[in-house]
Each structure stands twice: as structure tokens, then as C-alpha cells.
Design a protein around this ligand. Structure first.
Ligand SMILES: NC(=O)c1ccc[n+]([C@@H]2O[C@H](COP(=O)([O-])OP(=O)(O)OC[C@H]3O[C@@H](n4cnc5c(N)ncnc54)[C@H](O)[C@@H]3O)[C@@H](O)[C@H]2O)c1
Length: 340
């Protein structure tokens, strides 16, 4: 079988996971890497012995590429995605697909025009605990879901130290869209209406103009109500970079999942660390885990002409919810999710 030549655009904190995935996938050849930052591309070229570029169109014009993974900052997915699509390449775009529904729709319109497929890396759909809950929700006897709660939060270092673009995103785009996508997947239907409250104080005082925390209430078409909490201000001393909890009350069943402590505890002289052994793990130099599976599945689905587990429409739907949540935060009113 032919090996697929894959390019990665954006080689920062998360792009490295895409690079590692395609380096190790037996069905792929990491053909090229593009990043605006020359220091990064110089390092990647040396470390991975791969051709690198600082301009996405130049890369697409010069290299034989079959598919492109995009891991640029949240608000900057559209230009490289459209460049790849116009070169006829299928794309795997990091979540969120975009930070406006307008950008998300432009990506999908171009994909339709150029007969190209779009996948979105909502990696929670590959988390074994999330798959377990999804299967349980579909099992006979569980009963109708009545009410749900989901949280996903990061330590304050993420918006203040990890990136320089947090003010162009928000906990809603960066974390909330993961939750909205996952809950849509659980419910098998769409959100009709949202109401949200939030605060903008702590991060603003540190020069990052975005929300600290947001609580959103989502009303789904099946009558189930969800509360979703996202924040970017967990204390530095927290045992993990992020926290996440789910609780779903169904007619006959109560489902719970906790992604904070997944069984490994490491104590040092400062604190206890609870790393997630299931997310991304180096196993004798090979990347493993549910953070890597979306890249492998992208290739599998392309090679076998199968539908993506999370596709461009899923990306758009999560963004429409995110946009309604932001509108509700601003207007302090309930907002209908517009899909026209
Ligand atoms: N960091 C995480 O834990 C994490 C987890 C899951 C998903 N993501 C998603 O991955 C994406 C990237 O996040 P990150 O943490 O790697 O950010 P980052 O800032 O570490 O890396 C982004 C990289 O993209 C490059 N870049 C920007 N515009 C570009 C362009 N037009 N062409 C080529 N390169 C460009 C930047 O130079 C930078 O190196 C985001 O959408 C984020 O939501 C991040």
C-alpha cells in the first residue's frame, strides 16, 4: 500500500505531537513541516531530518504532499487550511476549527468547492473514558439523559506562559469547544439555546485580555440540559495542567468520569503530580495515546475512504455554540444557536 506524504503546519507545543505521529505511523512519511518561526523550523529540520518551510504556499507548491495537519494558533487555522484545500489536500485541523463561524464556514465552503475532506482534532472523542460513557449512553436500560455537567479547566500558566495568543482565543474556544463537541457526540443532537456567565478579572490584570472562567448552560434538542464550566485560572500548584469532570444523570443511570486523577500519582518535594497516562505517552520513543490516535485515524480514514470521527461540520457546530456562548456573555441574555 502507498505511504501517504503528510505535511504539518505549525510546529509549536502541539504541532510536535502531529510531527511525532506522522514520523512513527507506518503508513505515513513526514514530508515537510512549515512554521513562521525560523528558529523552530531550523530545530525541526535538524531533529527530524525533514524539509522545512516558513511559508505554507511555498511548501505546497514545492512538495509532493497527500494530506496536511494544521496546528497553528486557534485564530489562525483558516489561512493555512484554505491554502492546503486549494492545493487539493485533505486537512486535519486542530480544535477549534476556527474562532468565528464565518472562518469555519469559509473553510468548509472551500473544501466543498475543491472536493477535499476536513477533519478536526477533537481528541476527547478518542479518550477511553469518553468512549465508555458514549457506549453506556447508547446501551439498553441506561434511559434518557436528563441533565449533564462537564468541566474542563487549565492552570493559569497556559494562557500566561505557554502562548502569546491567549487574548485572541478564550477558554470557550480553547476548552469549551472540546466540551460542546463531546456533549453533541454524547447527545446525538444539537444545542438549541445557551445562556452563559463569566468573569474577566485575573487574566486581564496580568495583561491577557480574555475570560478567566465561563459557565454556560446548554439546552439540547432532546430536552437534556447541560452545564459546562471552562476556566484558564486553575492555580499553578494544581496536580496536573488541566482538570475535567463529567456527570450525566439519566432516567435509570448516573454516569461519572474524572480526568484529573487517572491512577498515577508522583510525589516530589513540592507537590503531587497526576499525569494522564492515556493522553500522550512516549513508549520506547513511539508516541502513543488518545492524543495521537486522531492523527493516525485521519490517515486510516483517508486510506480507506471512511468518514472521519470528527469532521468539518462537527468543527462548525462547536464554533456556532462557542459564538452563541460569547454573545450571551456580552448581552447577558439567552441566545439561540443560529444554523442557517
Ligand atoms: N497546547 C496544548 O495543550 C494543545 C492541546 C490541544 C490542542 N491544541 C491546539 O493546537 C493549536 C496550536 O497550539 P500550540 O499550543 O501548539 O500553540 P503554539 O503557539 O505553541 O504553536 C503554534 C505555532 O504555529 C506557528 N504559526 C502561526 N501561524 C502560522 C502560519 N500561518 N503558518 C505556519 N506556522 C504558523 C507559530 O509560529 C507557532 O510555532 C491550537 O489551535 C491549540 O488550541 C493545543
Amino acid at each position: 500500500m502507498k505511504v501517504m506524504n503528510v505535511a504539518v503546519v505549525g510546529a509549536g507545543i502541539y504541532g510536535i505531537n502531529h510531527i511525532n505521529a506522522y514520523t512513527w505511523n507506518p503508513n505515513t512519511n513526514l514530508a515537510a513541516v512549515c512554521d513562521l518561526n525560523k528558529e523552530i523550523t531550523d530545530r525541526i529540520a535538524k531533529e527530524y531530518q525533514v524539509k522545512t518551510y516558513n511559508d505554507v504556499n511555498e511548501m505546497l507548491d514545492h512538495e509532493e504532499i497527500d494530506a496536511v495537519s494544521i496546528a497553528t494558533p486557534d485564530a489562525f487555522h483558516m489561512d493555512p487550511a484554505i491554502a492546503a484545500i486549494r492545493h487539493g489536500k485533505p486537512v486535519l485541523v486542530e480544535k477549534p476549527l476556527a474562532t468565528t463561524s464565518e472562518d469555519a464556514k469559509k473553510i468548509l465552503d472551500e473544501a466543498k468547492k475543491y472536493h477535499v475532506r476536513v477533519a478536526v482534532d477533537y481528541h476527547k472523542r478518542w479518550d477511553p473514558a469518553a468512549i465508555n460513557l458514549k457506549n453506556q449512553l447508547e446501551a439498553p436500560g441506561t434511559g434518557k439523559p436528563i441533565r449533564g455537567y462537564m468541566s474542563m479547566e487549565d492552570i493559569i500558566d497556559v494562557p500566561t506562559e505557554w502562548f502569546n495568543w491567549a487574548d485572541k482565543s478564550s477558554p470557550v474556544h480553547f476548552l469549551g469547544t472540546h466540551c460542546y463537541d463531546q456533549i453533541r457526540w454524547y447527545m446525538g443532537c444539537e444545542v438549541e439555546e445557551v445562556y452563559a456567565v463569566g468573569t474577566k478579572e485575573l487574566l486581564k490584570s496580568k495583561g491577557v485580555d480574555t475570560y478567566d472562567t465561563i459557565q454556560a448552560f446548554l439546552k439540547f434538542e432532546n430536552g437534556c440540559y447541560w452545564t459546562v464550566e471552562n476556566s484558564w485560572i486553575l492555580p499553578k500548584g494544581f496536580a496536573k495542567n488541566n482538570d475535567g469532570r463529567t456527570q450525566i444523570l439519566c432516567e435509570n443511570t448516573l454516569l461519572r468520569a474524572d480526568s484529573q486523577n487517572r491512577g498515577v500519582e508522583i510525589y516530589d518535594n513540592q507537590k503531587c503530580h497526576t499525569p494522564n497516562s492515556y493522553f500522550i505517552l512516549d513508549n520506547c520513543g513511539r508516541p502513543r495515546g488518545f492524543g495521537i490516535e486522531p492523527m493516525n485515524d485521519f490517515i486510516y480514514c483517508l486510506m480507506n475512504d471512511e468518514p472521519f470521527i470528527a469532521d468539518g461540520n462537527d468543527g462548525l457546530q462547536a464554533e456556532l455554540i462557542a459564538e452563541a456562548v460569547h454573545k450571551s456573555l456580552e448581552t447577558k441574555q439567552a441566545v439561540k444557536v443560529e444554523r442557517a
